[in-house]
Design a protein around this ligand. Structure first.
Ligand code: CS2
Length: 496
């Protein structure tokens, strides 16, 4: 084990080498104006970086970073005065930058009431969230709050000590009402369609279950802008930690790695002061929907397709899958022939160039973005990444051949057994139901497809009735089970 180096902290910040960018302000002089729920790598490589670029001009917008599920990142950052390193990687090299925007960290389960107090602080005007698709205790197919979710039941029974993101938001808004600490901007930054409206609806449902007056107050004192967020951020590895130590000569237990590309589109809708994120590259627009649909369907839909079919074909990383000639062809044609026709093009966007850039980003050899990571939580991702597109295509009488193969790839992956008979660790909040579906089919591909289609939280009640689509998915699933992903994809692109 290499000898340890001093820890990255405010006290060692001036030891950071000159070729590593550092905060252009004194982090110790920054106030907390934002509370962020979901202190994962994506937030720290995306929103926190944009905010960090503003703090030299407006030190009100430091971030209190909150973890809801694990204390790992909050503990690591607490020992580093909130500082961490961002490594931006592409074939041209690696740029390192120390980010100072996170000024405080809280592990929610340790003291939920302290978190609510922080969220109700009069200096806090913005709550941002990246709790992932599964973090909202909602039905992915309908967007409605699951009042039977264990965390929601707990939070309705214990409103002062919530553990769900929705429960925390309502508790914070209730405390702001009680203490007259003013309105709040709630900015969802997760990959959900119309994410601001979804969270607004979830908060309204939860608040109404507590008190009509509270729900009415929230409706008048909170804004829920929609956003589109985009940056590829693989999970941090031990090699990244070692690389930071080499670059900085300091130990950083919580670095993050990302591609150079970053996009943040935010609806011009707010109830309280907000950071001038547009001064650091964010786009403030009247309607986020075209940007969000374009990104969710073209990027995330293709990402999931490469993840499932690439994993099954033996590709460990997205870059390997995107370089596989048959998979690349499949994704190129799926994007051009089946996804792009469903999109409204955002102002100034060249869709063909956007698609080409996506493929370049996927092939970035400097980013070991694992297919297994992108494959996680498929039950929560498929509705907005693939199934919405399929609905639009079917409604317009368009083909869904390529999209059907992508759905079959997820089904094959969800069986939990790979092409060599080895188990797949299917990380998904519905893993139990998916395993039951696989067991009930007893190896029969058509029964297996029908068993998955019978899960309404994923496929709704309309898609299972689309007999031609179901038949196409079943046939592809049969081929994946019998011939494997490599042969199935190669045959698909050759014949279609
Ligand atoms: C990925 C996304 O893990 C996944 O599901 O598809 O995190 C993707 O990297 C981002 O949405 C890119 O902006």
């Amino acid at each position: 084990m290499a000898p340890s180096a001093p820890r990255l902290t405010l006290a060692t910040l001036d030891r950071v080498p000159a070729d590593v960018a550092r905060p252009g302000y004194d982090p110790a002089s920054v106030g907390v104006g934002i509370v962020h729920l979901g202190l994962g790598a994506f937030h720290r490589a995306h929103q926190a970086v944009v905010t960090d670029s503003l703090l030299a001009h407006d030190p009100r917008w430091g971030v209190c970073g909150v973890s809801l599920k694990t204390p790992r990142s909050t503990q690591a950052l607490a020992q580093q005065d909130g500082l961490y390193t961002l490594l931006v990687k592409d074939p041209s090299g690696v740029e390192a930058r120390v980010i100072g925007a996170v000024r405080e960290t809280l592990y929610a389960p340790a003291d939920p009431s302290a978190l609510v107090t922080r969220m109700a602080d009069p200096r806090v005007h913005v709550i941002t969230l990246t709790v992932t698709e599964k973090g909202y205790c909602h039905d992915p197919a309908t967007g409605r709050l699951d009042l039977d979710h264990p965390d929601i039941r707990h939070d309705l029974a214990n409103p002062a000590a919530p553990r769900s993101a929705v429960g925390l938001l309502v508790a914070a808004l209730d405390a702001r009402r009680a203490n007259a600490t003013g309105p709040l901007n709630v900015v969802c930054c997760d990959n959900l369609p119309h994410n601001g409206r979804v969270v607004e609806g979830l908060v309204a449902s939860f608040a109404a279950a507590r008190s009509a007056d509270l729900a009415e107050w929230i409706a008048r004192h909170a804004a829920f802008p929609c956003t589109m967020v985009d940056r590829i951020v693989p999970a941090t590895t031990d090699a990244d930690v070692a690389e930071v130590r080499r670059r900085l000569g300091l130990d950083d237990a919580a670095p993050v790695v990302a591609e150079p590309f970053l996009q943040w589109v935010i609806e011009n809708r707010y109830a309280a002061p907000r950071p001038a994120w547009e001064n650091a590259g964010a786009e403030i627009v009247a309607d986020v929907a075209p940007y969000e649909t374009m990104k969710l369907r073209l990027l995330n839909g293709s990402h999931s397709t490469l993840a499932y079919l690439g994993f099954l074909a033996g590709h460990v990383t997205i870059a390997q899958a995107a370089t596989d000639p048959a998979l690349r062809r499949l994704v190129e044609r799926m994007m051009a022939e089946e996804i792009a026709p469903t999109l409204g093009v955002p102002p100034g966007v060249d869709l063909a160039r956007y698609r080409a850039t996506l493929l370049e980003r996927f092939r970035n050899p400097a980013l070991p973005h694992r297919t297994a990571q992108v494959a996680m939580d498929g039950s929560q991702k498929l509705p907005q990444r693939l199934l919405g597109t399929i609905r639009d295509r079917l409604a317009g009488g368009g083909s869904v051949r390529h999209l059907a193969l992508a759905v079959a790839g997820w089904m094959r992956y969800a069986t939990g057994v790979d092409e060599h008979g080895a188990p797949i660790a299917v990380s998904d909040p519905m893993a139990g139901r998916l395993a039951q579906a696989a067991a009930s089919a007893r190896g029969d591909p058509s029964r297996l497809a029908r068993a998955y289609f019978a899960i309404p939280e994923i496929f709704g009640t309309d898609l299972p009735a689309k007999t031609e689509f179901v038949a196409a998915v079943s046939a592809d699933l049969c081929s994946l089970l019998e011939r494997g992903a490599d042969a199935t994809v190669a045959r698909h692109v050759a014949l279609s």
